[in-house]
Design a protein around this ligand. Sequence first.
Ligand code: HEM
Length: 236
Amino acid sequence: MSAIAISPIDRAVRFYEAPIGKKAVMALTGVILFGYVIAHLLGNLQIYASSPDQINRYAAFLHNPANTIPLWAARTFLLVAVLLHITASVQLWLQNRTARPIGYVKKNDVPASYAARTMIWSGPIVGAFIVFHVLHLTVGAVLKLEDVGGNPTTPDVYHNVISGFQNYGVSAFYIIAMILLCTHLYHGIWSMFQSMGINHPRYTPLLKKGAAIVAILIAIGNCSIPIAVMAGLLHL
Ligand code: HEM
């Protein structure tokens, strides 16, 4: 009997069709998005520098016409990562529901932490936040954005962030979204290790603690900016 040859594409499709394939896509895209969240936070923390020029110079570097191609390549890469992350999560959720239509009798049977149960709606709310956020501080559809010297390639990020957060409703929305992002990252990080088979009575609690610390530090860093503006510590 001759063996049936399976092409690498068929193999990849079969791998993706199984839950572990979708989890692998979620983990890989999750790591990429996590990296962006850290890099973006480090960039944003420059708002605490002694001069507004610091963060504005950073924005001018990103928007420099010489960097247009890398900037759009990075944006496209991130957008593809977001779309794959969402697609795999929805497919996984549908697959789990089909496999288990009645649901668990006791909610506590499977990763039952508060963060795990909120994954399904913290994800969409963080997604909605990102759409609002880009319209708010990148596109200028919510807030009139200022440039340095009237040049659109040198946005006055210092001014835009502070005037944006002087609106308490907007700041409250950001803070809620950052807290949800924190629960999403916490669960995402440690469940990624579980999907990778790193599950040990001794190490899993440590991983969970590490994931919680990282997620909370990110939330503190992000929330500190609207809070500092509302408290008058950052002002125009
Ligand atoms: C208080 C927290 C945050 C502040 C102050 C902030 C600030 C900003 C600013 C000023 C921009 C425009 C940058 C520019 O035009 O050069 C921006 C863009 C963006 N931010 Fe944030 N951000 C925050 C949190 C987040 C979080 C948590 C995420 C993701 C979960 C995020 C995702 C993005 C994305 C995707 C863009 C568009 C980037 C682009 O235009 O290429 N931001 N942010």
